[in-house]
Design a protein around this ligand. Structure first.
Ligand SMILES: *[C@@H]1O[C@H](CO)[C@@H](O)[C@H](O)[C@H]1NC(C)=O
Length: 385
């Protein structure tokens, strides 16, 4: 996710207040609403583009639903032509520059009951974001924090035990504690531990890192290749690896920016190129308006050609539009175009679900997220089973 913003009406409501409400937005690049929070809450950056009011001194107000086990292990079938259709689960990476942060205050893990709802509606793939700084707390090569790994594992197991896929997403933009990762050996060491932790789960998918950006193109290649090698050497040979590109892995700029990534090699020949695409004017995902009703298909057309020409597979790992008719047509147009080109597109994941999104315009969290209530009828056509 490159950027965030609230829907105009909601931002307007926030502007009318001098302080932001509990869990409300209170900052981020381009934010013009309140920057202070109601009593008991403190404004904390989730990332560069989004700050949120979280409990300041109060005890955590959230509780984690009890995980239940399921004996169901069969795959969730999807007859629409997409292998992967689902959402990003975003919350374990919140308060991205607070290390390691406090569970229940700065971050938590996705809500199992919401995931269950989406699975029952036919979604079969969930990209679970987390922060590398909370897993390897002191330095990139540190042993993993047992509690954070256990909580991530619970989320992943909840998803995969129900027959869906869990994409393991170090949501780090190619950076660790704010600095671009240049040590490919340290990056590989992190990946060896992560792959070892999940290698026996056949429904896991590896995502090398979220949205490399503003860094040397060769380094993006080298980090991806180091992750691939580490994962396979750790004995995780059957699961796909989703690689990402530079410039926030944008589909619309993929061919100009990321052509060199066609040279990545996988001894198990199971790479998928994960691209992201937003449909607002600057492709940042900060505006509720989409450029036009046809912008979705248009923005991924060149990348579609690149995938086919190079014999590669692709997936849209993040996309979204505001809840309005122009975006609605643009989103369904993009999905329809992808379905027609499902020889190269494996599917698409909406940004984003998660229990802390509040009134965020793209929230796909059941039962009342803005995008969930607006787009659910469209999504069910692709997720139907
Ligand atoms: C893990 O989750 C439990 C609740 O299930 C919570 O008490 C604990 O603080 C969490 N720890 C981390 C590091 O996420």
């Amino acid at each position: 996710m490159k950027s965030f913003a609230l829907l105009g009406a909601l931002a307007g409501a926030a502007l009318a207040q001098s302080t932001a409400p509990a869990w409300g937005q209170c900052g981020g690049e381009g934010w013009t609403g309140p920057t202070t929070c109601v009593s008991g809450y403190v404004c904390t950056a989730s990332n560069q583009w989004y700050s949120q009011c979280i409990p300041g001194t109060a005890a955590p107000t959230t509780t984690r639903a009890t995980l239940t086990t399921s004996t169901r292990t069969s795959s969730v079938p999807n007859p629409t032509g997409f292998r992967h259709f689902g959402v990003d689960e975003s919350v374990a990476e919140f308060a991205y520059d607070i290390y390691p942060g406090t569970w229940g205050v700065h971050f938590r893990f996705p809500e199992p009951s919401a995931i269950q709802t989406l699975i029952s509606e036919g979604m079969n793939t969930f990209r679970v974001a987390f922060r590398m700084e909370r897993m390897a707390v002191g330095s990139l090569t540190d042993n993993f924090d047992a509690a954070y790994l256990r909580n991530l594992t619970e989320t992943v197991n909840f998803i995969t035990s129900r027959g869906a896929y869990a994409v393991i997403d170090p949501h780090n933009y190619g950076r660790y504690k704010g600095a671009i990762i240049t040590d490919t050996n340290a990056f590989a060491s992190f990946w060896t531990k992560l792959a070892t932790a999940f290698r026996s789960n056949p429904r896991v998918i590896w995502d090398t890192n979220n949205e490399y950006n503003t860094m040397p193109q060769q380094l993006v290649f080298d980090l991806n290749q180091a992750a691939i090698n580490a994962i396979r050497r750790a004995g995780a040979t059957t699961q796909p690896i989703w690689v990402e590109g530079n410039s926030w892995t944008g589909a619309w700029t993929w061919v100009e920016i990321n052509d060199n990534l066609k040279g990545l090699t996988d001894p198990n020949n199971n790479l998928v190129y994960q691209m992201h695409q937003y449909l607002d004017s600057d492709g940042s995902g900060t505006h509720p308006e989409c450029v036009s009703t046809t912008i979705g298909a248009e923005r991924i057309r060149a990348a579609t050609g690149w995938l086919r020409q190079n014999g590669k597979q692709g997936v849209i790992g993040e996309y979204a539009g505001g809840p309005n008719p122009t975006c609605r047509t643009a989103i369904s147009g993009m999905l329809e175009y992808m379905r027609q080109n499902s020889d190269v597109w494996q599917g698409a994941l909406w940004w984003a679900a998660g229990p802390w999104w509040g009134d965020y315009m793209y929230s796909y969290e059941p039962p009342s997220g803005s995008a969930y209530t607006y787009y659910n009828s469209i999504m069910r056509q692709y997720a139907a089973r």
